[in-house]
Write a protein that binds this ligand. Sequence first.
Ligand SMILES: [Zn+2]
Ligand SMILES: [Zn+2]
Length: 339
Amino acid sequence: MKAAVFEQTGKLSVQDKPIPSLSLGDILIKVDLCGVCASDLAALNGDVTDYSPPVVMGHELAGVVADSRHSDVKVGERVTVNPMLSCGSCEYCHADLDKYCENIEGIGHDIDGGYADYMRMPKHGIDTGKLISVPQSISAEDLLFLEPLGCCLNAMRETIFDKSVAILGAGPIGLLFAQLTKNNGLQTFMLEPIDHRRGAAEKMGVEAAIDITEECIAALIETTNGGVDTVISATTNNQRAIDLAFKVARRGGCINFFGLAPAGQEIRVNLEHFHYTGHKLMASWAFSRWSLNESRRLLLEKELDFTLLLTDRYPIEQAVEAFKNARNRRGVKSVLTGA
Ligand SMILES: [Zn+2]
Ligand SMILES: [Zn+2]
């Protein structure tokens, strides 16, 4: 089979690999689609360190069980995964904070993931509830968004909201946030420098999709009487994004730095100024079992529209091009397709 392997910083290569063999209790997933995630781009850049290369990347997958050596799983089931395999028994795991478990094995991070025709899901992951089975009525095109949507739902639960929200970045994550905030009745502004992505946000019916020029930002601050109640930064949190977030948040407003940051990026605040502006600073990342369940429910109920999100498909052989496409923000979501 073909697989896209993260070999080391700066090096992603397509390789011929044997189809994974199964031990008792494992299953084999035939991957239909697997989304290219910003965290994979960041790992390849050397901006994040929670990957153990060499590894087949890919954690936003939609597939079908092709072989099962687990008594609870049947061949033909449509599945995705909770890609964070954890011990299942520590305090964090009991509190649905698996991401802080000391024994994390990330699918597509530490063990081989979905940028391949086939992927092995180990028995341990199935026994700890990390295989997510869905009805056939959910298409692969929707299913691959279950994990990213789960990350957004986790952040939605943590963020402090009032009436208005500005989302920085109309990438796949920003556009998922926009649908959620709109559905929650929040006045939603999308801030995005790229035309076609603003266009996608407009089609989703946001209050306004705004360029990040000085005039546009000044106009936003004026129409919102001093800034928005909440900012969710769903872009790479470089200095420019950080400055923009502080600029458009009203006094007392909440800023959630959801996006990843370039290596070494810091936030520096004048503490006296920060004290008196009263900003609520926070960060949200990843998902919980609760939020993935909620995401599954929204997919089943067809609550969200993913058609505007999935724009570019590539076979595994063209994984490098797919990454290039995602990095250049050409479409919205780039995905790899299994054989
Ligand atoms: Zn992801
Ligand atoms: Zn644990």
